[in-house]
Design a protein around this ligand. Sequence first.
Ligand SMILES: Nc1ncnc2c1ncn2[C@@H]1O[C@H](COP(=O)(O)OP(=O)(O)O)[C@@H](O)[C@H]1O
Ligand SMILES: [Mg+2]
Length: 362
Amino acid sequence: MKQAIISFNNVMKSYDDDVPVLKNISFDIEEGKFYTLLGPSGCGKTTILRMIAGFSEPTKGDIYFEGKRINKVPANKRQVNTVFQDYALFPHMNVFDNIAFGLKMRHLPKEQIETKVKEALKMVRLDGYEKRGINEMSGGQKQRVAIARAIVNEPKILLLDEPLSALDHKLRTDMQYELRELQRRLGITFIFVTHDQEEALAMSDEIFVLNNGSIVQSGTPVDIYDEPINHYVADFIGESNIVDGTMIADELVEFVGHQFACVDGGMRPNEPVEVVLRPEDLTLTSVEAGKLKVKVDTQLFRGVHYEIICYDEAGNEWMIHSTHKAVPGQEYGLNFEPEDIHVMRFNESEEDFDARLESYED
Ligand SMILES: Nc1ncnc2c1ncn2[C@@H]1O[C@H](COP(=O)(O)OP(=O)(O)O)[C@@H](O)[C@H]1O
Ligand SMILES: [Mg+2]
């Protein structure tokens, strides 16, 4: 890996000697990628952003920018800009003055300011809106002004704290594409915060999944979706069926009273485990052809697929996504392939998980 642009080294944060809101956070952020901090409200996402921006200091541990310790470097000396959830625009100023604000503070020549503001507006597709008052703009437009105001300063890192959460669904999806595209064009590092897993999967090069002040798992969207390290991640990222099981031996797992071939291994013989099967990996067939017998309870049409809820003989609930209809009340066979079965250990750390996967796959 090339030198990280931002590194956290065992960063801990607590307020008033209380329980820490961040516990031993360590990570490296590479230049030019789109990162997402993903986790539920209160898990510490904003606290991490505030530390990168220089609005808050770690209680313990160190933060580095391009290899230099920056714990005490004030916000205005960092090459970082933030887009806030509530936009934080100046309501009495027009679009131009909002975007030009930082440049004027730096006493740039007038013509240069004009050129830069025009470029920034073009980037966010608001050319010609210079004279508009902020209060005459829609939520989505205000969000773009906030983004333009941040990128006009040419930061090395752009921090975005839940910038889309106030927008309605359609606009939000459009803005996801635009932000991703903007990051590619600018080539600068984006650190994006969201509690929305779909948004994180769609936009990121790398995701850090947070829970309760710790990073639980980090990796590409595909890594995290396909290989969740534990129940929390499997449940938080996408829809999951999770049942208890026993790892009989490598590539043989037991759940719901039957043994199935799988592709996981490296556990102790007969180790208790949890088993994840994604709804899109499950199919319904005849009872005789199925690996498990299930009875369909309900079915909802979701546009692209039917969402079918059924129960096995042990009473476990299974969610299936299928383009075929099922009949509620009827019995079916449930089918899946060995590679669709994902086995998780209890309390495995990310390091142990990575090491096990590596040694087992060799
Ligand atoms: N200034 C503060 N004083 C005390 N507690 C705080 C302060 N700022 C944040 N917290 C607490 O830190 C935790 C993490 O907050 P935050 O980083 O804002 O979470 P998130 O952005 O993931 O919702 C929360 O429990 C919050 O109440
Ligand atoms: Mg927050």
